[in-house]
Design a protein around this ligand. Sequence first.
Ligand SMILES: Cc1cc2nc3c(=O)[nH]c(=O)nc-3n(C[C@H](O)[C@H](O)[C@H](O)COP(=O)(O)O)c2cc1C
Ligand code: SF4
Ligand code: SF4
Length: 313
Amino acid sequence: MSTDKKISRRDALKRMGIAVVSTAFASSGLLSVASCEKKGNKRIIFYFTGTGNCLHVARQLAGDDAELLSIPQMMKHGKYEFEADEIGIVYPIYGHMPPYMVRQFIQKANLKANYKFAVLTYGARKCDAVEIWDNISRNAGNSFNYISTIVMVDNWLPNFDMNEQMKIDKHIPENLQKITADLNLRKHWHEPVTEEERQQHQGFLERSGLDPEVGFLMKSEKHFTVTNACIDCGICTYVCPRGNYELTSKGVKMSGDCEFCFACIQNCPQKAIQFVKSEDGSFPDGTEKNPNARYRNEHVSLMDLKLANNQKL
Ligand SMILES: Cc1cc2nc3c(=O)[nH]c(=O)nc-3n(C[C@H](O)[C@H](O)[C@H](O)COP(=O)(O)O)c2cc1C
Ligand code: SF4
Ligand code: SF4
């Protein structure tokens, strides 16, 4: 007699839905906040992501065993004490610097581990990002044994056409393999930085006027606007790690300190969120390469991003 149990299509979909949601939940860290804290799991990896590159990298480095924790979720829950054998962090460089939330997190966190590693994703020019992270983390009492960069799609809309970026082979699987091998050996290494790269970063700071102690921290209402193409779908209210968007009876409202991660603008299905042109041409001036091209990492779903960044729950 067959032991196979036939299930209805509805039940099957229901089960698949639960499986999908729980996988996504696991990578946001919502299920594991309580379980991993101070327990000494083998490897914990923290990540910050706007368009999914860092979540993809974090997942690849996590393999089957590591605990993946979203920095915006940890900060929302006020979790800053962690202990494990190995602790990693994956974040996108913004003007060669960490996102402001990542900077705040590392300054508040107490990360206890025998081995700490950082992997910084970027799109075109990393400059002295490795040294910048080394200084920030060391000053915060959380120094890292291994710091590497990895090149991905560049999601900086002012300079890059997302459709063109997606066509470029950036050798991501090969580079991930190399980093994975380093981490398995617990290699102690900081990717070298040249004097020219330091100078390039100084030049960028002068041109942009950004404060090196802060990096990108803008006012969303100053730099973005929502056009009447908006259909009130609410996606922007879930993907913003700052919770800057709100659905109101008069449509979407947005305001507040902004990481400039572009999760909102890149994931709006209507392309209804647009840059505001700056009147005096100050950085960033509000122009973009291709307003019709938008990007999310091909291995990362919209649900993944909502769970990683959502500030509502
Ligand atoms: C505000 C901002 C600034 C950026 N600055 C740089 C940069 O200085 N150099 C670079 O190569 N890429 C830069 N990028 C590209 C991102 O670092 C890169 O696309 C990253 O992989 C995005 O990760 P995510 O998909 O996890 O958000 C910048 C992107 C943004 C949104
Ligand atoms: S994601 Fe776009 S369409 Fe959806 S509510 Fe936000 S602005 Fe409107
Ligand atoms: S407003 Fe947009 S760019 Fe700013 S933090 Fe929120 S999602 Fe990121």
